[in-house]
Design a protein around this ligand. Structure first.
Ligand code: FES
Length: 191
């Protein structure tokens, strides 16, 4: 008796939906108590360039979020409203994405965002000691910002540098094979 080939073994049998889900904005706009953010013509042009890359506008949500965050320091309510209007999405659609990624901040953060990896390789190679050292040195716990607005401390999941554990990221830079002494050197050298 012939048995039907499982679709995953025969890619020609996989049915791909071509239907685009059209999410309508809410009939009643959400009142955030603020107006949408505004940006310079240069930033608007940068946003237009990103939008032009995608056939479906909502696909540009992350690049646009990074721009709004860069311009405003974090994704504040006017920034969220701007994105919802620009991408023709609901505020909740923007919020769902913003709160999923540790790279997107929905609260103000310090000039230097210290993100310590706490996943397995870093954990067994002493991430806990690194976190404890930063807590003692900066006088803040993970999730907090120093009173002078200079440092925000976070613990995050694997940053893909497991071979050089323990490691942390400060803004866009990786620092690897850490010891408490090395952390001191790194933090003391920041301008
Ligand atoms: S476990 Fe720390 S970078 Fe992967």
């Amino acid at each position: 008796m012939a048995t039907e080939c499982h679709p995953y073994k025969d890619p020609s049998k996989i049915k791909v939906s071509t239907q685009i889900v059209n999410i309508q904005p809410l009939s009643q706009p959400v009142d955030l108590g603020v107006g949408p953010a505004t940006f310079s013509p240069e930033v608007e042009a940068e946003i237009d360039r990103h939008l032009a890359k995608y056939p479906v506008m909502r696909s540009a949500i992350l690049p646009l979020m990074f721009i709004v965050q860069r311009e405003r320091g974090y994704l504040d309510p006017p920034g969220v409203l701007y994105l919802a209007n620009r991408l023709k999405l609901r505020v909740t659609d923007i919020w769902e994405v913003a709160t999923f990624y540790s790279m997107i901040h929905t609260d103000p953060i310090g000039k230097y965002h210290i993100q310590i990896c706490r996943t397995l390789s870093c954990k067994i190679r002493g991430a806990g000691k690194i976190t404890e050292h930063c807590v003692q040195k900066l006088g803040i716990k993970p999730g907090e910002t120093t009173a002078d607005g200079r440092f925000t401390l976070s613990e995050v999941e694997c940053l893909g540098s497991c071979g050089t554990a323990p490691m942390l990221q400060i803004n866009f830079d990786y620092h690897e094979d850490l010891t408490p002494e090395k952390v001191d050197q790194i933090l003391n050298a920041l301008p």
